[in-house]
Design a protein around this ligand. Structure first.
Ligand code: SF4
Length: 437
């Protein structure tokens, strides 16, 4: 008999990709996906450890599951993802309702763990076994049939920024074999995918050697561009130090690579970048952006900012404001520093909360102004949109323009999966609105 699995995904696109792959795996042991958590035989929480209070969020979520199953047979409860990796045994001790804790590099063992599940016997699997994981998933077809799909090409990080948990939760850098990635891309394209976003914690550090030849992300982008049915290529998340010339050159020659680069810098102050162990300077970052702009003036940038990192003075903060003024990011993420247990920055003196809030407000005002102005510049224009889906309960379609802006518009359902022209009538901070031209 078919059993139902409910998978809730927190955090980044890599977790979304992983959740889809977990589902591709558990299908072979008789599970089908449900959106109704209350009737699932197995509940998987795929967690994220990047933001503050992520651990508590997981326990709240388990509280909700408990409540739903009060009078019923308990489902198998699996905690996956970065919180599982970081907390492992602690989670099992604190919450006996959890049956399985599994880290991101052990998903190839999920079927076995679920199959051998027995009530009151908790299991924990948090080895860094990345090679075996990808070998396992390489032979299970990726069943994602979205117009825009994610494809993980690289995992882990060797850079050890002092605020970040990724090197501890995802392990050392690992790049998947070049041909395996192309094989998975082919499967996605056959399933109807028109846009692929290559994923990695350090995606542009991708480096795979075969017969003494190094394959970089630029080789992947150029190879993917040869598939005529694939219309768009993106990648995320990049490190400024790995924006090598071969990748920058893709912006001149590769029409399918979208002219939008998400390039986290975190701070506009060299002093703070050094304290963060970012391994690059503000000048190097600006130089990279200028190089790309010189090659292709249409390219726009977005970034990530950590506000009030320990040691940030008002001068350092003003340096960040100046950088934002210079690069005019069209979209960015900004957060007040919050310490992650186990990282070097965890024990440092925090900056006063009120000052931090003021700084965040000031930064966000600048970033949001750029974002709104950029969006406004599309009003009255015709933009190319890859149509992804119909909006639920509305006679409208959803798609994205080249800069990854959400576009909601009136159009023809037959255009789903196509790139069409849309006349933009109005905009707000996050979305463009219009109609098929
Ligand atoms: S480069 Fe990115 S993933 Fe690696 S430690 Fe720094 S912030 Fe984390």
């Amino acid at each position: 008999m078919e059993k139902k699995i409910f998978i809730k995904t927190f955090g980044c696109q890599m977790n979304e990709y992983d959740s889809n792959r977990i589902y591709d795996s558990v299908k072979s042991i008789g599970f089908i996906k449900t959106d109704d958590q209350k009737n699932a035989d197995c509940v998987v929480l795929n967690t994220c450890h990047i933001r503050d209070k992520s651990k508590e969020k997981v326990y709240h979520e388990i509280g909700r599951v408990k409540k739903n199953y009060k009078q019923k047979h308990k489902p198998i409860v699996v905690v996956a993802g970065c919180v599982a990796q970081a907390e492992n045994q602690e989670m099992l001790k604190r919450e006996p309702y959890i049956d399985i804790v599994i880290g991101p590099q052990s998903y190839h063992k999920i079927n076995e763990l679920i199959k051998k599940f027995e009530p009151h016997r908790q299991e924990e699997e948090t080895e860094f076994d990345t090679i075996s994981k990808f070998e396992y998933f390489d032979v299970i077809k990726n069943k994602t049939n979205k117009i825009s799909s994610f494809l993980t090409i690289q995992e882990g990080c060797d850079k050890f920024c002092h605020f970040c948990v990724v090197p501890f939760t995802r392990g050392p850098e690992y790049s998947r074999p070049f041909k395996k990635i192309l094989y998975e891309a082919e499967t996605l394209i056959k399933n109807g995918t028109k846009e692929i976003t290559l994923l990695g914690q350090n995606v542009n550090a991708y480096s795979f050697f075969e017969n003494s030849k190094e394959y970089r992300i630029s080789n992947l982008i150029n190879e993917l561009a040869k598939y005529s049915e694939l219309k768009r290529i993106r990648y995320t998340t990049s490190h400024p130090r790995d924006m090598t010339d071969d990748l920058i050159d893709c912006y001149a020659n590769n029409k399918k690579l979208m002219p939008f680069v998400h390039l986290p810098i975190q701070s506009g102050s060299n002093k703070i970048l050094k304290l963060m162990n970012r391994k690059h300077t503000v000048e190097e970052y600006i130089n990279t952006c200028e190089k790309i702009k010189k090659i292709n003036a249409k390219v726009e940038f977005s970034s990530d900012f950590i506000i009030s990192y320990p040691g940030e003075t008002s001068d350092d903060f003003n340096d960040t404001l100046s950088l934002i003024k210079k690069i005019k990011f069209i979209n960015s993420y900004s957060f007040i520093f919050s310490p992650r247990p186990g990282t070097k920055a965890a024990g440092l003196n925090m900056i006063d909360k009120e000052i931090s809030k003021e700084r965040l407000n000031e930064i966000q005002k600048k970033l949001f102004d750029h974002q709104k102005n950029k969006n406004k510049s599309f009003e009255g224009e015709i933009v190319e949109v890859l149509v992804e889906n119909k909006i639920k309960n509305q006679p409208k379609l959803f798609g994205r323009n080249k800069f990854n802006n959400s576009v909601i518009f009136s159009g023809n359902n037959n255009d789903i999966g196509k790139i069409i022209k849309v006349k933009i009538k109005s905009t707000n901070q996050n979305t463009l609105f219009g109609e098929a031209a």
